[in-house]
Design a binder for this molecule. Sequence first.
Ligand SMILES: [Zn+2]
Length: 478
Amino acid sequence: MIKFEAVVGMECHAELLTESKMFCGCANDFGGASNTRTCPVCLGLPGSLPVANRIAVELVVKAALALNCEIARDCRFARKNYFYPDLPKGYQISQYEDPIGQNGWLDITMADGAIKRVHIRRVHLEEDTGKLIHAGGNESEVDYNRSGVPLMEIVTEFPPDITTPSEAKAYIEKLRAILVYLGVCDGKMEEGHLRAEPNVSIRPVGSDKHGVKTELKNLNSFRAVERGIAYELERQADMIEHGVIVRQETLGWNDATGKTYHMRFKEEEQEYRYFPEPDLAPLHFEDDEVSQWRAELPELPDAKRERFVSQYDLRPYDAEVLTGSRAVADYFETATRCGADPKAVANYVTGDLMRLVNASAGDISQIKILPDELANLLKLRESGRITNNIAKSILEEMFVSGKGAQEIVDARGISVVSDEGALTTHIDQVLSANPDVVAKIRAGNDKSIGFLVGQVMKATKGQARPDLLNKLLKERIG
Ligand SMILES: [Zn+2]
């Protein structure tokens, strides 16, 4: 059996967060009735002329800078000619020889914590196409609301750096995080605002040859990227082992069956007859302008992760999880600024809170627990007024009801047993009921203390102050 590895190039398309479309004044929005956001320009009617959206250009330059690209000082748009019903002009305005950004990179963190650099060949600006809606039977509708929406394409370098499905997933996660941090794209893959198209070939591990590539179209989740590539790796290896020739083809991905399916063969590279777009002036950037944009870049995920480790003394893994999303990182920092212990906040945000958010399929920026209320909950716990278990159950109630931590503590009548006398009574009862355990501990078996702590907690309905309980228990056993 030959062992194969995948070789994965990634093409990603990101819709830009502008108010209007790329070359006209129509709103850049999602949803709504078909063909309600169109005009002669984005419908490609004869005689209409495009005007480039200045904000879209700025967003692409900023994204290219954040991806460590060289920025072209002079570049232009090009026509990419092909016919398809979702493209009313018969060509797409894109960039060909002179993309805005080239020769960039981003770093991904792999499962073992090592960093891998993924090189980026180009970042360019183009316009999106309309959308075909297959209504069933012989009917299809075309909706041009998306026609002319500003689109950024990010293409990785050849030969590709990515060789496993999980690296591809890490790449798209990191790319999405950077674009969302920048405010360039909302990153909503499920709505098609960020789409990944990996091309996959395989080769025996250790070889530097490149096999025939297949291309997976429009993957719209991190999981689909990882699963789609894993499936292709296995499918192609199986073909090669059975002497079947892998053909260059475009594949769709069915999330339900977990399989790719054939869309069309690519016998040869399509001839797009690119030529410079005559209706748009070339773009020119002054050095000052580029420097200004560079200065305006926000703190990006890698820098924030490093800072979280040094400033809050977090474990690198926790810092990685927290900074994977700008909303989560902001939530963590706001709660920390409200006076809660950073490590406790990190534990709760990456643990119990994240679990609740994921289970509700929501977003941390929209939950009912505001960061200052999480801080209040953690301060109650730090002060010993509630135990960790009670804090967790209060967190769940806060998540559902949006009530404050103190309000819930008052309503439940939770009062921690922090009175030494009351606690000692419970402890003595537990000790006299378990003489064998006490004997074990006195003989040096410290682990059995946990059992006694559990018994006292049970007797106090989980309301004993943990630090005091441990101290008193040790004193009584001697
Ligand atoms: Zn329009």
